[in-house]
Design a protein around this ligand. Sequence first.
Ligand code: COI
Length: 354
Amino acid sequence: MEIAMTTTETLKSKPDDADLGFGTIFTDYMFNMDYDPDKGWYAPRIEPYEAIKMDPATMFLHYGQGVFEGLKAYRTKSGRIQLFRPQENLKRLNRSSRRLCIPEVDEAFVLDAMKQLITTEKDWVPDAPQTSLYIRPTIIAMDPYLGVRASHTYRFFIIFSPVGAYYPEGFNPIKILVTSDYVRAVRGGIGEAKTPANYAASLLAGEDAHGAGYTQVLWLDGVEQKYLEEVGSMNIFFVIDDEIVTPELNGSILPGITRMSVIELAKHWNEKVSEKKISIDELIRAHASGSLKEVFGAGTAAVISPVGQIKYGDQVITINDNQTGPVAKKYYKAITDIQYGQAEDPMGWIVEVI
Ligand code: COI
């Protein structure tokens, strides 16, 4: 399929790289394509960023049938622009779509469209340290219909946002709150799909956490409320003695690409790493015995984020004296060095754009 291009003369002024937060600024162009059952995906086009006009009965608005992805384009020191494992995001997009009854996209075609949009928007890729161009591919159900069923028509779009750190703390340890009042997902539900409802389900717990002075919620499993699962915007890792441990994927945890990269790097370095069930009680015992050395999160937006404090009920545990530990530092450096082209890419993770 040929990608049509509509240009505009009215370009936005670009922000100062030093002031970038997360997800507030959008670039000049977007990619769009539509789906209907007769044509399949059709009319792929790059056009000026603009509002999507919707019938108030649009199914996405009522029943949340939609999926999205998050990945980043990085500018290297030499000015090249590159992506980190975009094929993994597109595979996951299609897995999420299958769960939400959304037609799959051609991953190679979408990667190509993404690269073309990045090339169009290359001047928006920031170059200050720790900044990048966040990429948000999204699919939404477009039928104007109030009955509950899968939509017949869809819109796929990709938008870009130049970003800095996701957390105001930057790479300093964050505080997280384990909630027993709410659950995010249950096995057999939609927890492992990247779909808006999972984020909607997290909001009230997130507000409670903020009110109590915590940055994020650490979710327990939705069945026994005993096993650790993930943080709202990232997966979670524990360093217990000399082993890196992360909750095993059980159907309700989002299979993060940074999570996968930490595990693969650990294996590549012959470090002890395991994906297993770990309960909040085990974590608290590991802390009491001195074997819990570090906790950190991993996500595209969050990169590697050290956790300095965890609250569960009345218990508050402080990890590694609320300092960023050596394991978090090592993985942060290894992954960001590959992303920004500052180190060799022994894993074959980088896709060059221009
Ligand atoms: C990401 O890490 O890309 C995410 O999608 C997390 C969050 C910003 C929704």
